[in-house]
Write a protein that binds this ligand. Structure first.
Ligand code: COA
Length: 137
């Protein structure tokens, strides 16, 4: 059984590192505006297994650092976590949810209903593209 709940920002750092930046230090995992965000954790068998961070701006919100532990990817946890965030956005009156997706994860987001907008770009040797979904009330 997996459940999603809001978590303290620093709890995201370990999973950000393991899933996204294994070569970096844990102290590099903090975002400058982490404390402005709302952070969600997916717990599987009481263990924090996936995280994502949401930043609201009016009726638009960006999520960042969507990450599931490497050993637990492909089990549906990412979908459950992001669906929870979409439902949360509905309740918050958010109309548009977007992210800068790693191009390696495009298919994951498409399955949930996100579409690509704009052109791919490179940052720190990783390819990204903006993706978004209209949040239906
Ligand atoms: C991307 C990520 C968050 C997805 O979470 P997950 O728990 O592995 O995804 P799910 O198990 O819910 O996958 C749902 C579907 O998307 C597919 N999928 C998941 N990750 C994928 C990927 N990187 N590329 C292509 N398809 C992917 C799954 O195969 C599954 O397909 P199915 O329904 O046909 O079986 C996770 O794999 C991850 O943390 N990856 C490394 C970090 C990363 O890239 N984060 C995103 C940064 S933008």
């Amino acid at each position: 059984m997996a459940i999603v709940e809001q978590i303290f920002p620093a709890l995201t750092w370990r999973i950000r590192k393991l899933a996204m930046y294994p070569e970096k230090e844990i102290k590099e995992m903090a975002l400058p505006n982490d404390f402005d965000g709302i952070h969600f954790g997916l717990y599987h068998n009481y263990e924090l297994t996936g995280v994502v961070s949401l930043f609201e701006k009016g009726t638009t919100a960006q999520f960042r650092k969507m990450a599931v532990l490497p050993g637990d990817q492909g089990k549906g946890f990412g979908t459950q976590l992001l669906q929870y965030v979409i439902d949360f956005c509905k309740q918050e009156g958010i109309q548009l949810l977007w992210c800068n997706a790693r191009t390696s994860a495009i298919e994951f987001y498409k399955k949930i209903g996100f579409v690509t907008t704009g052109e791919p770009y490179l940052q720190d040797q990783l390819a990204y593209i903006r993706m978004e979904i209209k949040v239906e009330v």
